[in-house]
Structure formats: structure tokens, C-alpha cells
Design a protein around this ligand. Sequence first.
Ligand code: FCB
Length: 446
Amino acid sequence: MSTMKSLFPPDFLWGTATASYQIEGAVNEDGRGLSIWDTFSHTPGKIANGDTGDVACDHYHRYASDIHIMKEIGLNAYRTSIAWSRIFPDGKGPLNRKGLDFYDRLTDTLLNAGIQPMYTLYHWDLPASLQAEGGWANRDLTQYFRDYCAVVFRHLGDRVRYWITLNEPSVHTNEGHLYGTHAPGLSDWKTATRTAHHLLLAHGLAIQAFREGGYPGSLGITLNINYFEPVGDTEEHRRAAQSVDGLWNRWYLDPLFKQRYPADMWELYQNHGIAPPVQAGDLELISQSLDFLGINYYFREIIHADPAVPVLEAAAGDPVPPLTAMGWEIFPDGLYRVLTRIKREYTDIPLYITENGAAFPDVLRNGTVEDPQRIDYLKRHFQAAAQAIADGVDLRGYFIWSLLDNFEWACGYGKRFGLIYVDYPSQQRYWKQSAHWLKDFLANLR
Ligand code: FCB
């Protein structure tokens, strides 16, 4: 891996990524309000093993020692998210000072350790009171989001250099509002397409608030861009893959970078009576210029035509091994293809890989975890990223999902993505071999 030295620019950001609900715990502390993930995880049958984020990694209390681990590994950046319901317990109305104080402490501790924070303003944990007002299907939420972001910018904007408005609007829309597997657990096409539009609009309003404040940092959005390939080179399979790409990728990329919804998907949704109401000026707001784009990449899916599937008439086939513990295909070349596609089809702005990583069936033995598969996974994805840089992609950083094993949404604590193993009953942290490997890798870059 020493050959990689020249492949990544010297000021490249190397970090890990986490999200508030997945690691913080302390759900009833210091005035935090409930979020839709609290209500969802406490609904029987929604999460594997009945797990909840009540305690998670107890990061709310252990953030300082967790930052110490990052420093030990040699990381220079850290992406996490801010919990809206810590700042505004009801999503709007009275501000909770103690919530801001936590992110103050977190920020200062990171900066003192020489680690740049990159904060996501929304990683799916909507204040529960706003779900009671209709959730993201209600257009008013876009203004509440703007107001919340403006407060956070005002408070931390002097110190934080990297901001992300939303994490993976496609996953939040589809898993939460179309397939019902994530909070808020809804399954309705109309709600889903409205949700997507309002999330994008909320993103646009947050950009406005940020630009108006004249803050020194840079602002982007994180999209989950996976790689979809037709099972065969026939018209029907190509169209199927295109629809899946439309649902997950282009429905977000096109309005952000081309100021329009993709024509094929718009027509499809209109034919089914499920296109969202778009008002004059919406697309201008959504497509305001960004300082960077964050990309989360995890897998490839091979898509075939399937007339039985409503609206899309497409489905994913069995994943091709080797697979991760999530059942996701390990396909590093997909990362290369996604990065080069963004440059070719959408934008030249700087890119960050804001998430990439894998869960494996890790077992703690003698105070460590032997995880050669994770090391191999990271090595091969780093190589794909390096190849994209060599071919002209302006990639500025790489954030591994994740620092710690954590609450993996509907899978609960059963799926372990961390470089660091968390023994939940004791909250002890143990370095996996991949964390040691990463430390050596980063040391060799310097
Ligand atoms: C992404 C999410 C992140 C994490 C990884 C495994 O879709 O953004 O929170 O759960 O998947």
C-alpha cells in the first residue's frame, strides 16, 4: 500500500462517519425531544431483536474518549450529524440551549485534536412533533428546517468548515416512506414523492440560510449513489435498470445539478398520478450552487425487468458473492464508476466519499477482532478511489462507515460496521485489526 502515497493529495481528508441516533444514546437527557427513530424503534416488530437507540454507543457521554481513538488512528476529519430534536425538542419553537452545548463541546474537542468536523444537519431523525404535523409530506417542514439550520450555522459556523444539509434523501424517502422499513414506517408512493421534493426544497432553503450568513465554511449534500447494472443487454432490462437508477439516483442528481426532474421518471410518476406538486421557483432553489457533493457508496445491484413490481416494473436479482453481512455485493469498481459518472454527467465540483464501509460477522477474541475481510474491502475501495483521482476526479476526502459498531437502523446492533468493536453491555471499545491496519496506512501516507 506504500504505492498509494502519491495517489492521494497531501491535504486529503481521512475520516470516519457516524450519525446522531446511531451512536449518541442519552435520548432523554438535557432536554432532547423525541425523534421519529425513537418512536419507530420502540414500536414492536420494527427493529431486529427489539433494539433501540436509547443507549447506543453512549457517545453523548464518551465523545472525548472516542475522539481520542480517532486521533490515535491518525484521522484528520470526522463526519457526524446533529440531532434536530436536541436543538429544537419540538422541531420548532423554543430552542434548547443544552443541545447546542453538546455540539459545542464536540466541536471544540475535535478541533483541539486536530480533527475537522463535517456536520450533517439531517440524518433521518426528524423531531416526532413534526411527524405529527404530517412529516415531510407537509411543505411547511422545509421552513422549519431552514430555521433550525440557521441557528446551528449561527452557533457553529465560525468553527466548522464542512456542512452537509441532508444525508441520503433517497434512502430516507424510499425506506421510510415507500417501503416502510425505516422511520416513520410509511408505505405510500404519493407521500414518498412529496417527501423527496420537500427534502430537496429544505436543502435549498438551508443553502440560502448558509449563504446569507456569509460563513467561511463550505456546504454540500450527501447522496447515496449505488451502481445499478441491467442483467442483460436487452431493451427491457436496460429500461428496468434505468428506472431503478431513476428512483434512487437521478431523482436527486438531476434537480440538484440540472434544475429539472428526469423526464422519464416524471412521465412515469405522472402516468401513475403520483408526481409531487412542484411550485414556481422550487427547482431554482434546489439547484443553487454547492461547494461539494458527498457520495455514499456501498454496492452494486443487478436489475431485471419484472412487470409484477408496481410503478417501476423492475427488481434486483440475487447479489453476486462475495457479500458483506448485510448481503451487499462487494464491488469496488462500482465506486470508480459512480465517481467518474458524476464527473461525466453531472458536476465538476469537489467530491467527498462521505460513507463507505462494510459489516462482517465480527467476533471479539483476546481483546481484538480479526477482520481481514474489512481490511481487504477498504484496500480495494481505496484503490478504486485512487484510480478515479488519477483519471481526473476531484476527490477531496474519504470517510469510512464507521468509527464504532453502532445502531444499524432496522438491523439494530446485529450488524457491525465499526473499525472499533463495541461491547454494548460494558461499553468497552476494542480496536479491530482493520483499525490497526488503517493507522499504519495513514502513517505511511505522511
Ligand atoms: C447508510 C446510512 C448510514 C449507515 C450505512 C450503513 O445508508 O447513511 O447511516 O447505516 O448506510
